[in-house]
Write a protein that binds this ligand. Structure first.
Ligand code: PGA
Length: 261
């Protein structure tokens, strides 16, 4: 049995509405009522956080409430932004930082991702740092260099004392939303490199405790082989998290894989 409890996040992205978001949250909580051996979080869009929170609370669910983004300042003249303090006030427990769509569609740079992640962890919330190479970077064989840079800059000035609340998500950009999942071996190779990088930054023991999850076209039928890899500790799920049944199956597969390790 793995020492690291797996983590599965459902990243709803800019999908759902008030009704379908509540229905989805109900479907997930009902499907996971009996489940232990895996930490699960859902990341709805900002306007539906309180609605989803109400569903999770009503059901007494241990599914965590997550936010897809946050800003690094606490409050002030930052039109359109939302701080970690505000998210905490709304019951959020975990926040994504540096998702590939924030990096490549919205244009966030490593330094901004680092400021956001630091603010999240310093405010007492859990943080998920997302890293991953583009297709061009992979074709050039640069995936390890890119991941190492995103880890090093993303974690700059973050002390080891905050690592217990950190999850790393390896999400190759070419696999996100494309239907092209990384092979289990590709995922394991990348996760192993990321763990060695963490060991260089924080020491071997700390690196062994950090959960590194895979994201990119995870589906119920192919997730078990990826979760079975030694350094894969769960997943970040986009498209398949919009279907409660599929998401629940993926969460269960992560729990079973961890038991078998
Ligand atoms: P996908 O998205 O599962 O739809 O590929 C994953 C993610 O972006 O977190």
């Amino acid at each position: 049995m793995s020492d690291r409890k797996p983590f599965v996040g459902g990243n709803w992205k800019m999908n759902t509405n008030r009704t379908s978001g509540s229905d989805l949250a109900r479907g997930v909580t009902d499907g996971l009522l009996q489940l232990d051996g895996v930490d699960v979080a859902v990341y709805p869009p900002f306007p539906y956080l309180l609605t989803v929170r109400a569903v999770l609370r009503d059901r007494g669910s241990s599914v965590k409430l997550g936010s897809q983004d946050s800003y690094f300042q606490n409050d002030g003249a930052y039109t359109g932004e939302v701080s970690s303090a505000m998210l905490k006030d709304c019951g959020v427990q975990t926040v994504l930082a540096g998702h590939s769509e924030r990096r490549h569609v919205i244009g966030e740079k490593d330094e901004l991702v680092n400021k956001k992640l630091r603010a999240v962890l310093e405010s007492g919330l859990d943080g998920v740092l997302c890293v991953g190479e583009t297709l061009d970077e992979r074709l050039a064989g640069h995936q390890d260099i890119v991941n190492a840079r995103q880890i090093r800059t993303g974690l700059a000035d973050i002390p080891g004392s905050l690592l217990d609340r950190l999850v790393i998500a390896y999400e190759p950009v070419w696999a996100i939303g494309t239907g092209k999942t990384a092979t289990p071996q590709d995922a394991q190779d990348a996760h192993k490199q990321i763990r060695s990088q963490l060991a260089r930054l924080y020491g071997e023991e700390a690196a062994q405790r950090v959960r590194i999850i895979y994201g990119g076209s995870l589906k119920p039928d192919i997730c078990a082989d990826i979760f079975a890899q030694k350094d894969v500790d769960g997943g970040l799920v986009g498209g398949a998290s919009l279907n409660a049944g599929d998401f629940v199956t993926i969460c269960k597969a992560a729990a079973s894989a961890a038991k078998a390790k």
